[in-house]
Structures are given as C-alpha cells and as structure tokens.
Design a protein. Structure first.
Lengths: 297, 572
C-alpha cells in the first residue's frame, strides 16, 4: 500500500486520540472510584447498583423501625416488671391484712398503702413512648384508663381500643409490638381497688380479704407469661437486627463489587496506557521529522 | 521535414513538459495538507511522430519521434472508494448524533446519582415508613408531604429537560436546512463551472475536489444519492427529490408544526412534498425528536400515571388523622388532557392546605387482617369487637359470630348461634349507639353506623370500629406500592424505572458501539482513499528531482543542437 504523509499524520492522531480516550476512562475510574459514570457504560450493572442502593435504603429504614419496636417492647417489659412488683407488694399486704388478729383500724393503715399501690399501677399503665401511650392500642393519644369510681366500669374505664400496633421489621416481617392495656391492667386495677375498699370497710372479715389472693396469684402468673412473651419478641427483634446487619454487609459488598473500581488494577492499567501513550508520541515525532526533504540540497 | 531545426522544437517541447510537470508537483506539495485535495499527475505522451514523406516512403527509416507533450493533468481518484466514503459518512453522522442525543438523555435522567427520581422515591418511601411508625406525629406527616413534592419535582425536572431538548433539536433542524441549502447552491455553481471547463477539453480537477468535499458534507447532513451526467453535472437528490440539477439548486424549507409540539416538517420547496430523511444527522435528529424522546418521556409518564392511580387507591383505603376516610393524595391525572401526566402531577388542594392538609394524610388502615376486611360506610362507628369465623357447611361458606370485647355475643343476638356468610361477599351490618350490631337491611348503604365485613378465610380477630390515630398501617401499605410487583408491565414501580434507565443506557451504549464501528469503517476507507489520492512528500520530492534532471538534460540537448548548428554555420 502506498503510504502518504497525511495518512501517517492522520493515523498517528487517531491513535493518540484513542490512547487519550483510554487514559481518560481510566482516570475517571481512578478519580471517582467507580467503574461506570453513566447507564451506557454498563446498563445492567447500573440497574443492579440502583437495586442494591434501594435495598440498602430499605434495610436502614427497617433498622430504624426495629429500634423503635425494641424501645416499645422494652418499655412494655419494664412496665410489666414494675407491675409485678406492685402486685407482689399488694399480695404481701393482703396476706398481712387477712389475719383475723387485725383490727379495722390496723386494716385502714394497710388500706392507705393499698390505695397507693392501686394508683401506682394506673401510673404504670400510662407508660409512654414519645407521645404515644403504649397500652392504649391504636388510640395512642388517650391515656389507657380513666377513673370512673362507681360507674358501670366500676373503678376505671378502658379508653384505648383492642387493635394491635405493628411494626414492619423486614421485607414481609411485621410484628405486633403492643400489649392491650385492658388485658394487662384492667382486672388488676379493679382487684386492688376492691381490696382497698374491703380494707376500708370494717365489716369485711379477714377471710374475705384472703380470698383475693388466688386472683393475685393469677395476675402474677399472667405477668410472668406476658414478660416471657415480650422477652421472646425482643429475642426475635435481636435476631432480625443481626440478620439485617448481616444483609447490609452483604449488600454493601455486592454493591461495591458491582460498581467500585479495583484501584490496584486501574492504576496498573493506567501506567500501561501511559507507557503506550508516551510511545505513540515518541514514534509520531520521529516519523514526522523525517522526509526526503531532509536529504536533498 | 525532419531536419536540424526540428531538434530545437523537440528540445523546447521537452523543456516545457518538464517544467509543467514541475508545476504539477509544486501544486501537489503545496496542497499536501489539504484534506480534500486529491493528488494530480501530469501524464506525459510522446507527441505525434514525424513520418518522412514519399510515395512509398523512400525517405528511409521512420517514424521519427517529435518529443513529449502533456496529454492531460489527471486527478488520481478511486471513484469506488469515494462513493463508499459518501455513503458511510451518512451512517457515521447518523450514529454520531444518535449517540450524542442518547447520552444527553442519560444526563437528563441523572442516574445513578443521589439526586434523581430513584432517590426521591426512596426518600418518599422512608418518610411513609416513619409515618407508619409515628402516625400521630405531625413532623412525620409533614415529611411525607415534602417528599411527595420532591418526588413530583424530580419527575417534572426530567420531563422539562426532555421537552427542552426536543425544542432545541427542533430549532436545530432549521439550521440544518439552511446548511443543506447553502451546500446545494454551491454544488450547483460548481456544476456550471465544471461543465464549461470540461467543454473546453480540460480537467477541472480542483473544482471537482471542492465539489466532492461539499457533497461529502451534504452526505453527513442527510441521505442523498448522486449521479454525474455526460457534461459532468453532479445531480443530487434525496429520496427521489432533486436538490441539485445541473446549475439549479432546489431548496428545502421548514414548515412549522403545531405550536408547542416541536414537530416542524422539512419540505422540498419545488415539489412541496415532505422530506423524510433516513440517514445522516437530520435523520438522527428527527428520530430523536419524534420517537426516542417521546418514547422515554412516554414511559416516564406511564410510570407517573400508574403511581398516582395506585397511590390514590391505597390512600382512599385508609383514614386520616381525624378518622375520616382518605381522599385522593395526588391530583387524579386526566389521561384525555393534552397536558402530559407529569405536568399534571400535583397534590390535591386538600393535602396542600397549610392548616388542615397534614391531617388529611391517610395513615390509618381500616383493613384489619388478611382474612377480614372492614369497610366503614357510615361515619359514627365505634366499639371493639371480636369476630370469629369458622368453616361452614359448603366450601365457600363461613359461620360467623361477633362478640363484644367482654366476650358477650352481640351478633347474631342469640348466644351460641352463628350466621352463614359467603366467602368474599360483603356482610352488611349496622352498629347502634349502645354497641349492638344488627344486619343492615335498608338500602341506604352509607347511613351512620353502617359497615361491611368481608371474609376470605377462617380465624378469630379483635376488630375495632374506632379509627384511632395510632394506626399507621395504611402508611406502610402506601410505601408498598413502590415495590410490590406486577403493578406496571409485570414489574414494580421501582423496577419499571430501573428498566427505563437500563434501556436508555443500553440504547446509548449500542449507539456508541455503532458509532465506533462506523468510525473504524470510515477510517479504513479514508486510509484507502488517502493511499490512492494523498500527497506523499517523499514521492513528490523524488519527482521534483526527476523532472529537474529531465529539464537539465533537455536544456543540454538544446545546447548540443545549437553546437551542431554552430558547426554547420562555420562551414558557410
């Protein structure tokens, strides 16, 4: 093939341009740390990366939901613990007061503490997380109990509802985090109120007071069961958090593998490209310097 | 007669021929860097020989040569390569513009990034989850509204940029038409000159170079065909419509389309027909404007329309902070409107209201569980109940009873009995002020206290007819519409958006590859062309010496002839 000067210059320029382009690509990868800048660089990888990004976002939201769920469960748990203590103390007082050697005046002294215990149990049922009453079902802006002494609800009226409050903890995992205040506290408050009234009433015998013990034993058992239920849920949230954390690490590594440039590899390639670029510059300058003109005088 | 003086003539002709050849060489050297220049060559021919006269040629041996002359100055050109270059230039320019256009679309979509639609969707989802966790919190409600605005903005920003790009392409077409017309006029002018030069028996080499260069430019703009007639006119046409015929150029014109639609047409002025280019830059621009951009904004609009529809449906299934059934969240999209769906994107006035809008976000959900669905038709409903559903006698029958929260049966009224209901059919019920539930038999289905229960499975569940603010289940369900599958073309909204981005990327990537291929083809052809027609300085330098030597030798020959004459003269 006949080779002309303009061909050589054009070829050289083309090659220089290509080499510059390669250098530019590698430089972009190096300075951004990413294998691609635009969807056309790697359409499928870009889609994957967007997917990973979205999944990571969901993952971190689930972790936030979980923290809130755990707070809710922990608050419930400590309310149950306090409730158990209150009922245990009330039980001790009831045994003490059921003794027939107690005079009505003695019982009235005990009644004062019993009243305090009743009110304390109401206070415990008012536990809040943020602005929400946790024992009111979904009616979170209302206190669970209203005191309506002597009404059809006897002493307290449950103002919450029976709906469950659930939290989304993972894809397709939802957990009911609340305990219904009516089931947890209503009977207990009424019971303490009944004992308090019996203690105040001089005509009530010790035996009648003692009859309340079985109900209190039931309550203590119920609280133990509820605490183990809440404990089980906490255990489960702990497991889900572990799973979410593991998944996050997994997703991050997938995303990184998908989109991050291997710096060592890029630098090596960059060095190689640099060498090629230098060589093409050097050979170009040499070719262009020489022609027959130099040898004719 | 072949005599001593004819030697002088022969020498003179040789001198002239070598000098003219040196001129051609000089012209070549001078144009060594002219991209459009084709090497020229002076073709030497022995001049007409001298035959000694005579009846039967008794003049002795013959014929005698009379030296050399230049037959023609030839333009060295391979027309086959040349026509291929023209054709490939069309395709090359087409893919070049296509790739540039699709790259622009990629920039407009701005993915992957932290500021595109994808991120806006994620943030909106996050705020819905936060609302689901804290349905009574006004800050969470506000974030939902703000992120909805943000989502709308990001959709509209992309669409506006796509429309802006469409407009700029439309404007550009007018410039392209002007360019094409200028080229046509120039080619017509050149045709006139070329024909006249050819008529005088000479080669209009440099004019031909110019015309080839112009025609190549024309090929980059639009798909054109050409042929040369016997006089040397280049006749140019596009899709059978003549642009240049001899010394006449026929202009293209822009016919403005409907306002705001950016669909100006290109019209061939002489025949008044529309020109529909199939290759070259103009074809790429028209396709970009009329097909690609519409396709991509169309898919985005479809996404927006589906999103609004799904979101509103779910929003209406919930109830707001005041326990009132949810209304539309987004303004419903009028699909018959001339406005695009995305430009219609907005929140409803109720949601936008600064005082009451936040309360209108329907975070609460009436549907309690998978097996029972409550639809509250009237407004004055309250009370907590327990529903119990057992299998009935037939396959799609259930036995239902409802108790109050203390366990006393309220429906049917007689304790221990049940009511048979059909699976999936709504059971019309009514609750009165004292909490009694009765079958709702009147035809007005939305009287106070009316509600329906629909059962799909057996089970036991506490239900509440109260619409409590602590219910965030609808907010969760609202978030789910973005990634629940089978919503749009068999995929989720998020997935569909990813598909759009991937398809732009894939198409752009393909255009890039086509462009590179085409560049390689063109480069190969250019190399071939330059190999044939390019100026080699080495070659020209060698020729320079060759002609110089011949010139010197011819001069020497004249000199010797003169000496011969001298010696002849001295005899006299």
């Amino acid at each position: 093939m006949r080779v002309t000067n303009s061909m050589m210059v054009r070829n050289m320029l083309d090659h220089l341009k290509n080499n510059m382009g390669d250098l530019n690509d590698l430089n972009e990868q190096l300075s951004s740390g990413k294998l691609f800048q635009m969807p056309s660089d790697a359409p499928i990888k870009v889609s994957d990366s967007m997917n990973y990004k979205s999944q990571l976002n969901r993952n971190s939201q689930f972790q936030r939901n979980l923290n809130q769920a755990e707070n809710w469960l922990n608050t419930s748990e400590s309310a149950l613990k306090s409730g158990t203590e209150v009922i245990q103390r009330a039980r001790e007082l009831t045994i003490y007061a059921a003794n027939d050697s107690m005079t009505p005046d003695d019982r009235k002294t005990v009644a004062k503490e019993m009243k305090q215990l009743r009110d304390e149990l109401i206070d415990i049922s008012n536990a809040k997380l943020g602005d929400s009453y946790i024992f009111s079902g979904q009616n979170t802006e209302e206190k669970p109990f209203e005191v309506v002494e002597g009404g059809i609800d006897n002493y307290v009226k449950y103002q919450g509802d029976t709906n469950t409050v659930s939290r989304r903890l993972n894809e397709n995992v939802e957990m009911d985090v609340n305990l219904n205040g009516k089931e947890v506290f209503k009977d207990e408050i009424e019971n303490l109120n009944k004992i308090y009234n019996q203690l105040e009433d001089a005509s009530v015998k010790g035996e009648d007071i003692g009859n309340n013990l079985s109900e209190m034993d039931e309550s203590i058992n119920k609280y133990a069961e509820l605490r183990s239920e809440v404990g089980g849920k906490l255990q489960r949230t702990g497991n889900i958090i572990d799973r979410l954390n593991a998944n996050e690490v997994h997703l991050r590594s997938l995303k990184s593998k998908n989109e991050n440039a291997d710096l060592a590899e890029v630098i090596t390639e960059l060095k190689m490209e640099e060498t090629v670029y230098r060589a093409s510059l050097a050979s170009g300058s040499r070719i262009m310097q020489q022609s027959l003109v130099d040898f004719i005088r | 007669m072949n005599n001593i003086f004819s030697g002088l003539n022969l020498g003179l002709r040789a001198l002239e021929t070598q000098r003219k050849s040196l001129d051609v060489t000089g012209h070549n050297i001078a144009n060594a860097n002219n991209e459009d220049y084709n090497k020229q060559r002076a073709i030497h021919k022995a001049s007409y020989p001298y035959t000694a006269p005579g009846l039967s040629n008794h003049g002795g041996a013959g014929q005698f040569g009379t030296g050399v002359e230049i037959e023609q100055v030839e333009r060295v050109k391979d027309q086959f390569i040349n026509s291929q270059i023209f054709k490939e230039n069309q395709t090359s320019a087409y893919w070049d513009e296509m790739q540039r256009g699709l790259e622009k679309v990629e920039y407009i979509y701005n993915e992957p990034s932290d500021s595109g639609i994808d991120t806006a969707v994620n943030q909106f989802w996050n705020s819905l989850q936060d609302l689901s966790n804290n349905p009574s919190d006004n800050a969470a409600r506000n974030m939902v509204r703000e992120n909805a605005y943000n989502l709308i903005d990001s959709f509209q920003s992309v669409e506006n940029q796509l429309i802006g790009y469409k407009e700029s392409i439309n404007d550009n077409l007018a410039n392209a038409v002007t360019d094409i017309n200028q080229i046509s006029t120039k080619i017509a002018d050149l045709n006139k000159q070329i024909v006249s030069v050819k008529g005088s028996g000479q080669n209009p080499n440099d004019l031909l170079d110019q015309r080839d260069a112009l025609f190549k430019e024309m090929n980059q703009m639009i798909n054109v065909q050409s042929r040369q007639d016997a006089q040397g006119n280049l006749i140019v046409s596009t899709n059978g419509l003549q642009l240049v015929n001899g010394a006449d150029a026929y202009n293209l014109e822009i016919e403005p389309g409907e306002p705001g639609q950016f669909n100006d047409k290109i019209i061939h002025s002489r025949t008044n027909t529309e020109v529909k280019p199939t290759n070259g830059k103009v074809a790429a621009w028209q396709q970009m404007r009329d097909e690609k951009l519409d396709f991509y904004s169309g898919r985005l609009n479809k996404l927006a329309t589906t999103m609004v529809k799904e979101f509103n449906t779910q929003h209406k299934a919930g109830y707001d902070a005041n326990g009132v059934d949810g209304e539309n969240f987004f303004k419903p999209i009028d699909e018959n409107s001339t406005e695009s769906a995305i430009s219609q994107l907005d929140l409803t006035a109720a949601i936008k209201d600064l005082d009451t809008g936040l309360d209108k976000v329907a975070a609460g959900n009436k549907n309690i569980d998978s097996f029972v669905e409550i639809d509250t038709l009237g407004n004055d409903l309250s009370g907590n109940y327990q529903v119990e559903v057992k299998d009935g006698a037939a396959a799609d029958e259930f036995e239902l009873k409802i108790s109050d929260s203390d366990g006393n049966q309220v429906y049917p009224a007689t304790s221990g009995t049940t009511v048979t209901v059909n699976a999936g059919d709504p059971v019309n019920l009514k609750v009165d002020g004292s909490g009694n539930i009765t079958a709702d038999t009147d035809l007005a289905t939305d009287a106070p206290g009316d509600f329906t229960l629909t059962f799909t499975d057996t089970g036991k569940k506490n239900i509440s007819l109260n619409k409590s603010i602590g219910n965030g289940e609808n907010a969760n369900a609202l978030g789910n519409i973005f990634n629940s599958s089978e919503v749009i073309e068999g995929t989720s909204l998020e997935g569909y958006f990813r598909t759009i981005v991937t398809s732009v990327g894939a198409e752009s990537s393909r255009a890039g590859k086509m462009k590179n291929n085409q560049d390689a083809v063109l480069k190969q052809l250019d190399t071939l062309d330059r190999s044939v027609s390019g100026v080699s300085l080495d070659e020209e330098m060698a020729k320079l010496i060759k002609y110089q030597q011949s010139y010197n030798a011819a001069a020497k020959y004249i000199n010797k002839t003169e000496e011969l004459l001298d010696s002849l003269m001295t005899i006299v």
